[in-house]
Ligand binder design. Structure first.
Ligand code: FES
Length: 134
C-alpha cells in the first residue's frame, strides 16, 4: 500500500488537498508537465498589490504530485510574488516531511508551475501596460 512510504503529512494532503480546483477568474496561470510520467499540474493565481491573494490547482498525477501541489498553494498563499518566486522544490518536500527518493521529482511540478504562473502574470501586466501606452 502506498501509505508505507509516505509521511502522514503527504497522505493528509493527498486525501484532503487544499485549494483544489480551477479558477475561472484567475489573473494568471502556469502549467508544468513531467514527460517521463505524463503527470501535469496547472496553478491559478489571483494577485492584488503584488500579493498572491488566492491560488488553486488542477493536477493529473500521482499521490506525491497531488500532495506537493496542495502544499505549494499553502506555502505561497498570502506571499508576495517576489517571495513566491523563491520557493524551491526542496521547500515543498521539507514542508511535507520528506518524500521517497523516487518521488522527489514530483515536487518540481509545483515549484515550476508556480514560476510559470508568475511569469504569465508579469507578461499579462506588461501587455496591459503596453496597450495603455499606445
Ligand atoms: Fe509523475 Fe509523481 S510520478 S509527478
Amino acid at each position: 500500500m502506498f501509505c508505507e512510504s509516505f509521511t502522514d503529512k503527504v497522505i493528509e494532503h493527498f486525501m484532503c488537498p487544499r485549494n483544489a480546483g480551477s479558477m475561472p477568474d484567475a489573473d494568471a496561470e502556469g502549467t508544468c508537465g513531467d514527460p517521463s510520467c505524463g503527470d501535469s499540474l496547472t496553478l491559478y493565481i489571483k494577485v492584488k498589490d503584488d500579493v498572491i491573494e488566492d491560488i488553486s490547482f488542477l493536477v493529473f498525477g500521482c499521490v506525491a504530485a497531488i500532495a506537493t501541489s496542495s502544499m505549494t498553494t499553502e506555502l505561497v498563499k498570502g506571499r508576495t510574488l517576489e517571495e513566491a518566486l523563491k520557493l524551491k522544490d526542496t521547500d515543498i518536500t521539507e514542508a511535507l516531511g520528506g518524500l521517497p527518493e523516487n518521488k522527489l521529482h514530483c515536487s518540481v511540478l509545483g515549484a515550476t508551475a508556480l514560476k510559470n504562473a508568475i511569469e504569465n502574470y508579469h507578461n499579462k501586466m506588461n501587455e496591459h501596460k503596453g496597450a495603455n501606452e499606445q
